[in-house]
Design a protein around this ligand. Structure first.
Ligand SMILES: NC(=O)c1ccc[n+]([C@@H]2O[C@H](COP(=O)([O-])OP(=O)(O)OC[C@H]3O[C@@H](n4cnc5c(N)ncnc54)[C@H](O)[C@@H]3O)[C@@H](O)[C@H]2O)c1
Ligand SMILES: N[C@H](CO)Cc1c[nH]c[nH+]1
Ligand SMILES: [Zn+2]
Length: 425
């Protein structure tokens, strides 16, 4: 990791830069795949699955028998863990359900807003280097709570053309409607445009690598909604001298192991913590199966020593991390200073990985600085909020002059007439 000591504010943009692929080359490549899928449907899906996933697929649909068999391949310990995580995620997201509130804005005028589940949603579950069945819980549970009727799942097949059994088990726990063995850009294209086998959906959810994230951004131009740009994982840790170097190193590595394009950031007010964390990272890497991936991510990553807590928080708010861990004194106080972050982990005993799996919060979060304006996935992401109003005859009389006056001033007489005809007849 690169180390910066007491950088001036003018150095912040370069030290906080995310690792990005050349976006014009990426977009051109992704657009070509999307267009091909739109024009050639299943045949294009087969070609790209052979090219990018290295497997020939006769069919993409997962049958009920495969789902039932998968359940027998998941250990009872893992099933219990999935059930526990699912219960916590369900509880946290169910609390986001809103009961319509009826507001009488004027006598005889009643307005309310109701949340209605998006009918057809597509969930993308990454699977390039790790079968992220936890992501399925994070997306499928709010989708079912929201009342989405059709929940399509796409995830890349392995070299034998299979999905990991835990993905299929998690799919049955949350209640996904249909499952397809499809990954990458081709999966996003299939759900956006529809093919002979994959149905078109109205909104696509889920994280993924840079190809997937770029595809999601491009299909928005065709009127398909997306949750947000949730790209390569990130964590920022603020640590002072009370922090444990081994905890901090473990937290940094937990996101670095996601992908070589992941990024981790340590901001500290304790200069002496840096070598201790570096030493811990080296030690912990020795026993990590994904050390090679994590090492590549660490090349894109940074440690920064700052003078005081205020500077640390300014820097972290500028970075807008997907995850922010506050491993310091008065972590709760600092949490109140956070204005840009996807999800915040307060204190020495709140590792980010707990949020990734099981505490109940959602782990599909904005990356790449999008936390400045986007929220993570929640129940809200799966609903539309429809407003309703009902006026009595008296209610209409009460508001008539206001509407007629405004409509006339805008030169829209037909608008005014829609009120006039009712109150004069
Ligand atoms: N932000 C979040 O909430 C969040 C959550 C979980 C995971 N993640 C991120 O998701 C990502 C998962 O990435 P992954 O690669 O393991 O899985 P993935 O499923 O996103 O991508 C795999 C697919 O990429 C496609 N692909 C691979 N190489 C390609 C190429 N050269 N050209 C075109 N397509 C290509 C293949 O079709 C393959 O199926 C990681 O970066 C991880 O950090 C983010
Ligand atoms: N940290 C990821 C989001 O950036 C989510 C995840 C899934 N499994 C483990 N972690
Ligand atoms: Zn993670």
């Amino acid at each position: 990791m690169k180390v910066y000591k007491f950088p001036s504010e003018s150095e912040w943009p370069s030290l906080l830069a995310r690792p990005v692929m050349d976006s014009s080359a990426l977009e051109a490549k992704v657009m070509a795949v999307l267009k091909d899928v739109q024009a050639n449907g299943d045949q294009a899906l087969r070609n790209y699955t052979r090219q990018f996933d290295g497997v020939d697929m006769a069919q993409f649909t997962v049958g009920q028998e495969e789902i039932t068999n998968a359940a027998t391949m998941v250990s009872s310990e893992l099933k219990n863990a999935i059930q526990q995580a699912a219960a916590n995620i369900r509880q946290f997201h169910a609390a986001q359900q809103q009961v319509p509130e009826f507001i009488e804005t004027m006598p005889g005028i009643r307005c309310w807003r109701k949340s209605v589940g998006i009918e057809k949603v597509g969930l993308y579950i990454p699977g390039g280097t790790a079968p992220l069945f936890s992501t399925l819980l994070m997306l499928g549970i709010p989708a079912t709570l929201a009342g989405c009727r059709e929940i399509i799942l796409c995830s890349p097949p392995d070299k034998n053309g299979q999905l990991h059994p835990a993905i299929l088990y998690a799919a049955s726990v949350v209640g996904v409607t249909r499952i397809f063995k499809l990954g990458g850009v081709q999966a996003i294209g299939a759900m956006a445009y529809g093919t002979e086998t994959v149905p078109k959906v109205y909104k696509i959810f889920g994280p993924g690598n840079q190809y997937v994230t770029c595809a999601k951004q491009l299909i928005q131009q065709s009127g398909i909604a997306i949750d947000m740009p949730a790209g390569p994982s990130e964590v920022a840790v603020f640590a002072d001298e009370t922090a444990s170097p081994s905890f901090v190193a473990a937290d940094l590595l937990s996101q670095a192991e996601h992908g070589s394009d992941s990024q981790v950031l340590l901001v500290t007010t304790s200069e002496s913590l840096i070598p201790l964390v570096e030493q811990q990272i080296e030690q912990q890497l020795e026993s990590l199966p994904r050390a090679e991936i994590a090492r590549k991510a660490l090349v894109n990553s940074t440690m920064v020593v700052v003078r005081d807590t205020q500077t640390a928080m300014d820097l972290l708010n500028r970075y807008a991390a997907e995850h922010l861990i506050l491993a310091c004194r008065d972590a709760e106080g600092l949490a109140r200073m956070v204005i840009n972050a996807g999800s915040v982990f307060i204190g020495h005993f709140s590792p980010e990985s707990v949020g990734d799996y099981a505490s109940g919060t959602n782990h599909t979060l904005p990356t790449n600085g999008y936390a400045t304006a986007y929220s993570g996935v929640s129940l809200d992401s799966f609903v539309k909020k429809i407003t309703f109003q009902q006026l009595t005859e008296n209610g209409l009389k009460n508001i008539s002059q206001t509407v007629i006056e405004m409509a006339t001033a805008e030169g829209l007489d037909a608008h005014a007439n829609a009120v006039r005809y009712r109150i004069t007849n």
